[in-house]
Design a protein around this ligand. Structure first.
Ligand SMILES: CCCCCCCCCCCCCCCCCCCCCCCC(=O)SCCNC(=O)CCNC(=O)[C@H](O)C(C)(C)COP(=O)(O)OP(=O)(O)OC[C@H]1O[C@@H](n2cnc3c(N)ncnc32)[C@H](O)[C@@H]1OP(=O)(O)O
Ligand SMILES: NC(=O)C1=CN([C@@H]2O[C@H](COP(=O)(O)OP(=O)(O)OC[C@H]3O[C@@H](n4cnc5c(N)ncnc54)[C@H](OP(=O)(O)O)[C@@H]3O)[C@@H](O)[C@H]2O)C=CC1
Length: 500
């Protein structure tokens, strides 16, 4: 029997960010491995016209929860959705709900955050710093609390090259930032944002670092741990635009480490840390790196190659262009490739849409995609070293059964297999494409290749024709090539006649 799974049995667990990518997988694993847990409280806000109940219903009816519903048929009774908006004071939680949370919660997993790189500083601080502070305040009033697990990011200190499993201080105290944001107006905040974030690339990494400081400062005598995952598997959507042929070139360093980590690895580590923190009660707040680079590195070049090889084998339907990956580290080449490989085809396609009476959309889409990709540039042109002493220590503390059920050993990860499954997952679950359509998709790619050759040949001939009309030198070269080919053909014909 798994010790960790048994630990969560009968527990009341509070999860923030349960409707998010990682939160859903965390909840699923908890129900699957500890179906006898008492209740999972989730802090949810209504969104996109859906009530709390509708959101929970949607999660439970997703493919992810199919197995859980078999193992734990009364799963819907064990999820208690509590109205909460992390942007509000006390999260806007009702008195009764707050009372229940304070008196019953045993474990907290704090996953909620704004993960947008370009969030305004005020918003990012509110969610990633102030909300964390408020949740810690709530946690300090919970008599039955055994552990508080905070999800941060391995990139919270991406301004450093070597990162240890410690909390690094930021120059300005989080409390001072929170206080000043209360009275500064948005224009001034925008002005001082670059100075505050310093050598970090965005407000996301900066506020996640501030969030960690808050955790350290407000920990009191609670059992707290911080988990720092790197780039979590499926949030990385790049293979999709690449597979459709929208994105064919990128400013990336092929040798830089692509520190991806599968979401199930992150969730397994998170649950193991929850158990360890509650049972072993380490004296200080431990930080756990959930990264792949130092134990099982894969670089962007290798990853790009494998992604493309998989799209050759299992192509996506109705691709815009043939998938292709061009990595460059040069700014000028990036601009050139963006113009020739991205913007020009989008403009031509929009022209075709206009001609056929449809609304042009590709240029707009392409601009959005290129903007998103440019925000990732910082992360695909650098490598970091994360130490993983605490994570490895924890691995050695697990029983063989726990090491199997809650496996977070990235050394066992086979990248080629992982990427293939990833691409397959995008095709089947994100784009909902049928595998039976693969032969047609391959035909479509062949047609795109022929169009590409035809287009290039036509372009070459036009350019050549224009050159010949204007330059004697070009005419001489042309004459030389034609006469050379003629002589070669005559020789070839003569020698084959002799053989006969
Ligand atoms: C030549 C290409 C060959 C490709 C071969 C294949 C792979 C080879 C390697 C290529 C490298 C490519 C880069 C990989 C990505 C590296 C990511 C590094 C991230 C470091 C993360 C730090 C760790 C964290 O904690 S991350 C937390 C997670 N946060 C995010 O991931 C959020 C990032 N996104 C944003 O902040 C916003 O989306 C933003 C600001 C970038 C754009 O916002 P906007 O409102 O303008 O548009 P959106 O609607 O949100 O998106 C527009 C467009 O971009 C696509 N997109 C968005 N996010 C991602 C993403 N994380 N990965 C890939 N693509 C993304 C999105 O799908 C949209 O595309 P559409 O086609 O329009 O749908
Ligand atoms: N994804 C990644 O690659 C990585 C993520 N992380 C960290 O992991 C954690 C989870 O990330 P991930 O699951 O990818 O993020 P998502 O964006 O998928 O999920 C964010 C969650 O936070 C909730 N949330 C946001 N704002 C509010 C609010 N005002 N009130 C209530 N809930 C709110 C969202 O709720 P709603 O559904 O209502 O919007 C959602 O459930 C974050 O702390 C992130 O920093 C760390 C490293 C990498």
């Amino acid at each position: 029997m798994s010790t960790i799974a048994a630990f969560y049995g009968g527990k009341s667990i509070l999860i923030t960010g349960a409707t998010g990518f990682m939160g859903k997988v965390l909840m699923e694993k908890l129900f699957r491995t500890s179906p006898d847990l008492k209740v999972i409280y989730i802090l949810v806000r209504p969104k996109a016209g859906q009530t709390l109940q509708q959101r929970v219903f949607q999660i439970l009816n997703s493919k992810l929860f199919e197995k859980v519903k078999e193992i734990c048929p009364n799963v819907h009774e064990k999820i208690r959705a509590i109205y909460a908006d992390l942007n509000q004071n006390d999260f806007g939680i009702s008195k009764e709900d707050m009372q229940e949370l304070l008196s019953c919660t045993n474990i907290i997993f704090h996953c909620a955050a704004t993960v947008r790189f370009d969030a305004a500083l005020r918003h990012a601080v509110q969610l990633n710093v102030t909300a964390t502070q408020q949740l810690l305040l709530m946690a300090s009033q919970m008599p039955r609390l055994e552990a508080f697990i905070h999800i941060s990011t391995a990139f919270s200190n991406c301004n450093l090259k070597h990162i240890d499993e410690v909390i690094y201080p930021c120059p300005v105290e989080p409390k001072k930032i929170i206080d000043s944001l209360e009275w500064l107006d948005d224009a001034i905040i925008d002005e001082i944002t670059p100075k505050l974030i310093g050598d970090r690339p965005n407000t996301y990494t900066y506020t996640k670092a501030l969030g960690e400081m808050v955790v350290q400062q407000e920990s009191g005598n609670m059992n707290i741990a911080i988990i720092r995952p790197s780039i979590v598997g499926a949030t990385w959507q790049e293979p999709f635009p690449a597979g459709k042929g929208f994105l064919r070139a990128i400013k990336a360093t092929p040798m830089a480490v692509a520190d991806l980590i599968p979401v199930d690895t992150v969730v397994n580590l998170t649950l193991a840390v929850g158990w360890y923190t509650a049972v072993h009660r380490p004296k200080s707040t431990l930080v756990y790196h959930c990264t792949s680079g130092n134990l099982n590195p894969c670089n962007w070049g290798k990853m790009g190659f494998q992604v493309l090889a998989t799209f050759e084998k299992i192509p996506l339907e109705r691709a815009f262009r043939r998938p292709y990956a061009n990595f460059t580290t040069n700014n000028f080449t990036t601009q050139y490739r963006n113009a020739v490989s991205h913007r020009a085809p989008a403009i031509i396609y929009d022209f075709y849409l206009r001609l056929t009476g449809r609304k042009p959309r590709m240029t707009k889409l392409m601009n959005r995609l290129l903007r998103a990709v440019s925000m990732m540039e910082y992360f695909v042109n650098r490598s970091w070293e994360w130490s993983t002493y605490n994570t490895e220590m924890l691995m050695s503390e697990l029983s063989p059964e726990d090491q199997r059920v809650f496996n977070f050993d990235v050394r066992q990860l086979n990248w080629l297999e992982y990427i293939e499954n990833y691409v397959l997952g995008i095709k089947k679950y994100l784009l909902k494409e049928d595998m039976a359509g693969i032969p047609e998709a391959k035909q479509h790619l062949k047609r795109l290749r022929n169009i590409h050759y035809l287009f290039n040949t036509a372009l070459f001939l036009i350019a050549w024709r224009l050159l010949i009309a204007r330059s004697q030198m070009a005419r001489n070269v042309w004459f030389f090539i034609v006469s050379f080919c003629y002589k070669f053909l005559s020789y070839f014909r003569a020698s084959s006649t002799l053989k006969v």
